[in-house]
Design a protein around this ligand. Structure first.
Ligand code: URA
Length: 197
């Protein structure tokens, strides 16, 4: 299945209650041959209005950081654990992440990333729970402790690299600097991680 076909299917999705309140479904964007896939929480209000993925404040900050650290845009794909704007920008609920997971799986199968960068706790816990590496994270996911530390997922043959959600990162100078440090570490580690067979 091509990205155009998959995107068309995703845009028709009605699998959870979010579809009733959002303007449109936003599948994601990027190169389907990318080796690095960023997965975040859900579209924001601006993206819901315009239909352009990652065009709001958080999305622009994220893409700015990716470029600034020298990670080529054409080697990235960006998506979310839920693809409809949650009302008033609230957190995604577990059943919404579950309903949207069929598309997450299809995107992962199409892109076959070597590194999955999770932005915030929702994508990290969704992956950890489904791909059996939650034990590596301890009993509670504390994003400030886990961000910036890579996890090799043997069964799937990819790295998961947790980072802060961009809106958390932009809340203070300290978090912003930490986020930049994590992105720098990602950029410098990429060549080695990509060599892993
Ligand atoms: N835009 C997205 O698509 N996802 C986020 O988590 C934030 C902004």
């Amino acid at each position: 299945m091509s990205w155009t076909e998959l995107q068309a299917d995703i845009q028709k999705c009605n699998a959870c209650k979010l579809r009733a309140s959002c303007t449109q479904v936003i599948a994601g964007e990027g190169n389907t041959d990318a080796r690095v896939l960023f997965i975040s929480e859900g579209p924001d209000e601006k993206e819901d209005e315009t239909g352009t993925p990652f065009s709001g404040y958080s999305g622009k900050f994220l893409h700015g950081e990716i470029r600034r650290r020298g990670i080529p845009d054409e080697d990235t794909f960006t998506t979310n654990v839920v693809r409809c704007y949650p009302p008033d920008g609230r957190d995604p609920e577990p059943e919404e992440i579950d309903a949207c997971w069929q598309w997450t799986e299809k995107i992962l199968a199409l892109v076959k990333p070597k590194i999955i960068v999770t932005l915030g706790k929702y994508p990290l816990s969704a992956l950890a729970y489904r791909y059996g590496f939650s034990k590596k994270l301890g009993s509670q996911i504390k994003i400030t402790t886990i961000a910036g530390r890579s996890i090799w997922v043997e069964d799937k043959h990819f790295y998961v690299y947790p980072m802060y959600h961009p809106s958390f990162a932009t809340r203070s100078r300290v978090r912003r600097e930490e986020f930049a440090g994590h992105m720098r570490f990602l950029a410098t580690s990429l060549p080695g991680w990509l060599e892993r067979p």
